[in-house]
Design a protein around this ligand. Structure first.
Ligand code: ZN
Length: 302
C-alpha cells in the first residue's frame, strides 16, 4: 500500500464509522422508546430555542437527558465515533503533509509486525530471567524506554541487542517498537530474512514499482531488523543493501534496531568493517550484549 492508498483507506474507514453510527441512530429511533422520546424532546427544544421560545438552560437540560440515555445504553462512542487519529481527524493529512497515521498504515502493510507479539514494557516480566541478570535487564529496559521517549532527539540512533537465542532480545525490541508507535512514530519490524528478501526483489525488479521494496525501510521512523545473522548472504545484495539502509538511516537521523545472536566481533567478521563501524559507532549507538543463556530453557528446567 502506498501513501495515497493509505489516505484513501483512512477516509473510507472514517466514513464507515460514521455510516455505522447513523445506522445505529436509525435503529434506536425505531426501536428504543426512551431514546426516541429524549431525542425528539431535544430536537424540539433546539427549534424552540432558535425561535426564542425557550432558554439555553432548557436546551442544555434536554441535551443532557438525551446524552444520559445514550450513556446508560453504553453507546456514546458508537453514536459519536471518536477520530481514530486525533492529529489529522482521520483525513490522513496535516498542514505539513501526510499524517503519521497514513504513513504507519502504509508501512504496516509492508511490515512483518503482525508476526511479532505487540508487547509493551508493562508486559515485562523480570522473574523470567535468572536473578543475577535482573539488574542488567531492567537497566536495559529502562534505557530503551528513555530512547523511545526522546524519539528523534535521542543521540542513540542505532540500537544493537546482542545475545544467545532466548535472552529476550526480540521481546525488548518489540516493547521498544510499541513505545515508539504509541508516540506516533512509524515502525517497521521485520526479520533479517525478510530484509534480504526485499533487497533481492528490489535488486532484480526493473519496473517503476521497485522502490516500494526499499523506500519504506529508508523512510520509516523506526526500523527493527530481527535476528541478523540468520539470513543468507547473497553476493552484491545482502551486504550492499544492509550498508545502504543503515548508512542512509543514520544520515537522516532515523532509529534502527538490530537484534542478533552473533557477538559484536562475529558481526564485524560477517558483515565487514564498513557495516560494523556504522552499527557500533560509539557516539550514535546503544549496544547491549547479553551473555547469559536461554531464559526459556531456564524456566523449563525449573
Ligand atoms: Zn492522522
Amino acid at each position: 500500500m502506498d501513501y495515497k492508498q493509505a489516505i484513501k483507506r483512512i477516509i473510507e474507514r472514517r466514513n464507515s464509522d460514521l455510516a455505522e453510527a447513523h445506522a445505529l441512530f436509525i435503529s434506536l429511533m425505531r426501536n428504543n422508546e426512551v431514546f426516541r422520546t429524549a431525542e425528539l424532546a431535544f430536537r424540539r427544544a433546539e427549534l424552540d430555542f432558535l425561535h426564542g421560545k425557550t432558554s439555553q438552560e432548557d436546551l442544555d437540560e434536554k441535551r443532557k437527558t438525551r446524552d444520559n440515555v445514550v450513556a446508560r445504553l453504553g453507546l456514546y462512542d458508537k453514536l459519536n465515533p471518536p477520530f481514530r487519529c486525533k492529529i489529522c481527524s482521520d483525513t490522513g493529512r496535516t498542514k505539513n503533509g501526510i499524517c503519521t497515521c497514513a504513513k504507519q498504515l502504509a508501512h504496516e502493510s509492508k511490515s512483518d509486525l503482525s508476526q511479532f507479539p505487540l508487547l509493551t514494557f508493562d508486559d515485562f516480566d523480570i522473574t523470567l530471567y535468572p536473578e543475577e541478570v535482573h539488574q542488567l535487564v531492567l537497566k536495559t529496559a529502562a534505557e530503551l524506554k528513555t530512547i523511545a521517549l526522546k524519539g528523534n532527539t535521542s543521540k542513540r540512533k542505532n540500537i544493537n541487542l546482542i545475545g544467545a537465542p532466548g535472552t529476550g532480545k526480540t521481546f525488548l525490541a518489540s516493547c521498544f517498537a510499541s513505545d515508539c508507535a504509541e508516540k506516533g512514530k512509524s515502525v517497521i519490524m521485520l526479520t533479517a530474512f525478510s530484509f534480504v528478501d526485499r533487497a533481492l526483489k528490489y535488486h532484480t525488479t526493473f519496473d517503476e514499482n521497485k522502490a516500494e521494496y526499499l523506500s519504506p525501510l529508508l523512510e520509516t521512523d523506526v526500523l527493527i531488523i530481527d535476528d541478523l545473522g540468520t539470513e543468507s548472504v547473497f553476493k552484491n545484495v545482502t551486504l550492499e543493501y544492509l550498508y545502504h539502509v543503515i548508512n542512509e538511516r543514520q544520515l537522516k537521523g532515523l532509529t534502527t534496531v538490530i537484534t542478533s545472536n552473533l557477538s559484536v566481533d562475529a558481526i564485524a567478521k560477517r558483515y565487514g568493517e564498513r557495516i560494523a563501524s556504522r552499527l557500533f559507532d560509539k557516539k550514535l549507538c546503544y549496544t547491549r550484549e547479553f551473555t547469559f543463556s536461554d531464559i526459556r530453557k531456564i524456566k523449563v528446567n525449573d
